[in-house]
Design a protein around this ligand. Structure first.
Ligand code: DGL
Length: 285
């Protein structure tokens, strides 16, 4: 549910914030460019702390709170979590803590999937799969649907280290898909924003009848509706996207270039208290 948002003083030209642990959110950014060409964007990749999929729920919640606080300071008018792990583990909590509209991927992805099939597979990070967020959302929409979720711990590290062409990536993909193919799924959700990069590999391994669902398409459609409703839609030419990371700007820039079609200028932003808090949290866990 979208909460009412007081738009007084917030300009329609303000940027939309998009964040992920790394380059995965660029698959959502690509969709935003397609559906919302008049919006300016601040993209944040928390590359110093990826992968999120191996983190505890408490760590993910802390990271999301830090990023949203920073996004608010940057004057964003809305934030889209371009990260399923954050959406699954933190969205409900942070929505009541921040006054800007925040959108996540799970519900839009679940809605899109039930329109496609009845035997739904979900590939996701271990944290997202363990949360069962997709199963709950799908079954709430249609209790007659069957859902199987598979955690794929190796995918994000392989994608972030640019190993899509490595035969090992196809072999590990086969092992993750096998139980889903055995269940004769008719639909597969990309339950992690990094996974659309694997589309050519997954397409080769799946029976041709299996439909692939990218929740990015529906979360951006939901964002467009929300912007209309809140009278916040951008109407002019956007300013170039500002890319920010917590890790190496150079690594991100190199990895992002083929997907963006240009080499982005990337800033490093990592307030020192983030690091201190993360270390303290890790020590107590
Ligand atoms: N791309 C993110 C997701 O959709 C996070 C992946 C990770 O860092 O493990 O879940």
């Amino acid at each position: 549910m979208l909460r009412r948002f007081d738009s007084r003083g917030v300009k329609q030209a303000a940027p939309i914030g998009l964040f992920d642990s790394g380059v995965g959110g660029l698959t959502v950014l690509r969709e935003l460019y397609r559906q919302l060409p008049h919006e300016s964007v601040i993209y944040f990749g928390d590359t110093a702390r990826l992968p999120y999929g191996d983190r505890s729920p408490a760590q993910i919640l802390q990271y999301v709170r830090e990023i949203l606080t920073w996004m608010e300071q940057q004057g964003t008018k809305m934030v889209i979590m371009a990260c399923n792990t954050s959406s699954a583990l933190a969205l409900e909590t942070v929505r009541s803590e921040f006054s800007l509209p925040i959108l996540g991927l799970i519900l839009p992805g679940a809605r899109a999937a039930v329109q496609q099939g009845r035997r739904i597979g979900v590939i996701a990070t271990p944290a997202t799969a363990a949360s069962r967020a997709y199963s709950r959302a799908i079954l709430e929409i249609d209790a007659a649907t069957q859902v199987w979720e598979v955690g794929c711990p190796e995918f994000v590290p392989l994608i972030e280290s640019d190993r899509l062409a490595d035969p090992y990536t196809a072999a590990i993909a086969q092992s993750y898909l096998e139980p889903l193919i055995e269940q004769q799924i008719d639909t597969l959700i990309y339950g992690c924003t990094h996974y659309p990069y694997l589309a050519p590999i997954l397409r080769q391994l799946l029976p041709p009848s299996v439909k692939l669902v990218d929740p990015a398409v529906s979360v951006i459609a939901a964002a467009a509706q929300a912007l209309d409703l809140l009278v916040l839609k951008g109407v002019r030419s956007p300013v170039p996207t500002r890319f920010c990371v917590s890790g190496s700007p150079h690594t991100f820039s190199q990895l992002a270039a083929p997907w963006l079609g240009c080499t982005p200028v990337v800033e490093q932003v990592m307030p020192s208290h983030w690091v201190a808090q993360s270390t303290a949290l890790e020590a107590v866990e």
